[in-house]
Every structure is written in structure tokens, then in C-alpha cells.
Design a protein around this ligand. Structure first.
Ligand code: PMV
Length: 338
């Protein structure tokens, strides 16, 4: 049999409106909206070989090394979704995965990894049709919820909203009406702490069940998605900043008020947030922060203010943090070969 190599590159994304809380089968409790990154991606190479045994045959390498933890997670994902990938019946598969960014850098590696794996497996199968990205988004979601949003760039929406006709809980959709003010968004990721996550996102989502503020939070996030669609279309920086900062703090407030409460912000996180707010007040530059489920700070600003903001970050914040990773809005996944 001819060995065919399929390579896909899938970017990570940073949520502007956060997904936190899910139902059975990775269905989100609220809609979320994200910015797709450009330089932060996972590249997956998939090769197919003749099958020797019954059942799924997977060999998984992360940066050329076998990785038992990821191997198990991906095997479980394949077992749960065997019916969706017809190649698993006939072939043994080998996956080589590499990230363009450091591990535990506060960049969602599960989003880019499951995105790239779903794309590679789907494009190797016979079942492709004109809804390829929609199907890939759905399958990526089953691996990691936020991965479904990485299929489109620069902005994607995931979750059913009655006001948005194409929206769905099962896959993300691209947001097409974007004002030029938001075409060239920059994301500087301030690495405050690069240790491994204290609480997995699955455990975090689970804590929204029975959370005293859950209903109000889900309502707020859906409302923020609707507002953000309007803000992106109209080019309104001020409201953009208010929504994303409120979202970041609401996400962490949920963590801090769940029945098993926990705190992911570090002193460096607060220091960076305060500096960002001060700089915005002094200069009027439309710069804003957001947070993922961790202590690192994503700083968002338009391309036109790039030099001024980078100057500020290097002079005022670089000394008190570990590293700054400069990224920007990307256009979504790319097929490299196959
Ligand atoms: O995709 P998951 O299950 O790792 O959850 C992601 C949760 C957040 O990153 C905190 C928010 C989001 O919408 O990406």
C-alpha cells in the first residue's frame, strides 16, 4: 500500500466571550466568540498503514516523542467517535504533532491539537463534502469544545443564539461582518507563569453544574455575544474593551465562587492588568486584556498601535514576567500536504 502523508496546520484561538460550563456531549451552556490566532498553531501529520489487528490502531508522537498521556486522550477520542472517521476501520494511523508555541504558555493547545487532528482525519476519509469545515468543527468540538472555533478566522462564533440564524451548539461559524478597525488585531501573550494548569478545563466546566451564579452567567455570555457581533461590525473599540475585560473577570469570578473554589490569577496577573488599564487611561490607546483559564494575560490591540503598545509592554512589563509571545489575528487552518 502507498503510504500517504496528510499534513494540516490548525491555529489556536482566544475567547473574547468565554465558554465555561457544558452539558452532555460537549454541548456548551452558552454561546462563545473568539479571535483565531496566527503564529500559535499545531501541525499534525497523519499517515495510514495496513491494519494488523482489530480495533483502533494509533501511534502518537508529540514533538517526535511518544507521549502516553496524549496517546490515551486521543485514543479515547477516536473510540468515542469511531463512526465519524471511516478510515479507522481499514487503517492503522500514526500521528506526529508539533506545536509552534511553548507548552503551558497560556495558549490553548487542546484547541489547535484537536482542530488539526479532526481536519487530518476527516480529509483522509472518503466522507468529505462541501460542509467539510462544519463537519471538522463538529468533530474538533468533541475533542475539546473551544477547538471548534479554530476552523475559521479571524473571528468565530459557537453556540446557538436565536438571533443568529446559522449558529449552532454543534459547530462554530465564521463571523463575516468585521469593521476594518478589527481586521488586524494583535494579541501579545504575557507569560506570568508557565507551570502546568492547576485545574483542567473539564473539571472547571463541571463546577458550573450547581454553581450559584450559573444562570446569570450563561445569560450574560449570550448577551455579550450578540453585543460583540454588533461591536465587530461597527468598529467600536470602547465597547469591545468593556465586553472582553468583563468576560475575562467573569470567567475568573466563576472559578472563585464555585462550590470548590479556586484561584488562577497570580500577583503578576493583577500587576499586568493594572498597568494595561493605566496605559489606556493615559494614552487613549484601545488596548484591552483577556484571560484564559490560567494566570497569563492576553493583551489585545489594533495593528495601527503595534509599535506604541510593544514599546509599552517591553519597557513596563517585560521585567516582571517570564516572556511575551507576539501573535495576531489569523485566517484559520491550512492544509500543508495530502
Ligand atoms: O475547550 P475547553 O474545554 O478546554 O474549554 C475552554 C475554556 C476557556 O478557554 C476558559 C474559554 C474558551 O471559551 O475558550
Amino acid at each position: 500500500m502507498m503510504q500517504k502523508e496528510i499534513i494540516w496546520r490548525c491555529p489556536s484561538n482566544i475567547a473574547l466571550v468565554k465558554y465555561w460550563g457544558k452539558k452532555e456531549n460537549q454541548i456548551p451552556c452558552n454561546a462563545s466568540l473568539s479571535l483565531t490566532l496566527n503564529h500559535s498553531f499545531t501541525e499534525v501529520s497523519l499517515t495510514l498503514d495496513e491494519k494488523k489487528e482489530k480495533g483502533i490502531e494509533l501511534q502518537y508522537f508529540f514533538h517526535e516523542q511518544p507521549n502516553e498521556h496524549f496517546q490515551k486522550r486521543i485514543l479515547r477520542y477516536l473510540e468515542q467517535n469511531e463512526g465519524s472517521f471511516d478510515i479507522l476501520k481499514d487503517y492503522s494511523i500514526t500521528i506526529h504533532s508539533t506545536n509552534s508555541f511553548p507548552h503551558s504558555a497560556g495558549i490553548a493547545s487542546s484547541a489547535s491539537s484537536f482542530g488539526a487532528i479532526a481536519l487530518a482525519l476527516l480529509s483522509a476519509s472518503e466522507q468529505q463534502d462541501e460542509n467539510f469545515y462544519e463537519e471538522a468543527s463538529n468533530l474538533a468540538r468533541l475533542g475539546s469544545g473551544s477547538a471548534c472555533r479554530s476552523m475559521y478566522g479571524p473571528y468565530a462564533l459557537w453556540g446557538k443564539l436565536p438571533q443568529v440564524s446559522q449558529s449552532s451548539d454543534e459547530f462554530a461559524i465564521p463571523i463575516l461582518d468585521i469593521h476594518p478597525n478589527f481586521h488586524d488585531m494583535q494579541d501579545a501573550i504575557l507569560i506570568v507563569d508557565d507551570s502546568v494548569k492547576k485545574v483542567s478545563s473539564s473539571a472547571g466546566h463541571a463546577l458550573m453544574k450547581g454553581h450559584p451564579y450559573a444562570d446569570a452567567r450563561f445569560l450574560q455570555a449570550n448577551q455579550h455575544c450578540i453585543e460583540m457581533l454588533n461591536v465587530l461590525a461597527k468598529g467600536e473599540y470602547e465597547q469591545f474593551i468593556t465586553i472582553i475585560e468583563q468576560e475575562a473577570l467573569a470567567l475568573h469570578a466563576m472559578m472563585m465562587t464555585s462550590n470548590q473554589y479556586f484561584l488562577l490569577m497570580k500577583p503578576g496577573t493583577i500587576h499586568a492588568i493594572e498597568k494595561i488599564m493605566e496605559f489606556r487611561k493615559e494614552t487613549g490607546t484601545p488596548i484591552a486584556f483577556t484571560l484564559d483559564a490560567g494566570p497569563n494575560v492576553h493583551v489585545l490591540y489594533p495593528g495601527k498601535d503595534k509599535l506604541q503598545v510593544q514599546d509599552f509592554l517591553e519597557s513596563e512589563l517585560k521585567g516582571s514576567i517570564k516572556e511575551i509571545i507576539y501573535d495576531n489575528a489569523g485566517t484559520g487552518p491550512v492544509k500543508i500536504s495530502g
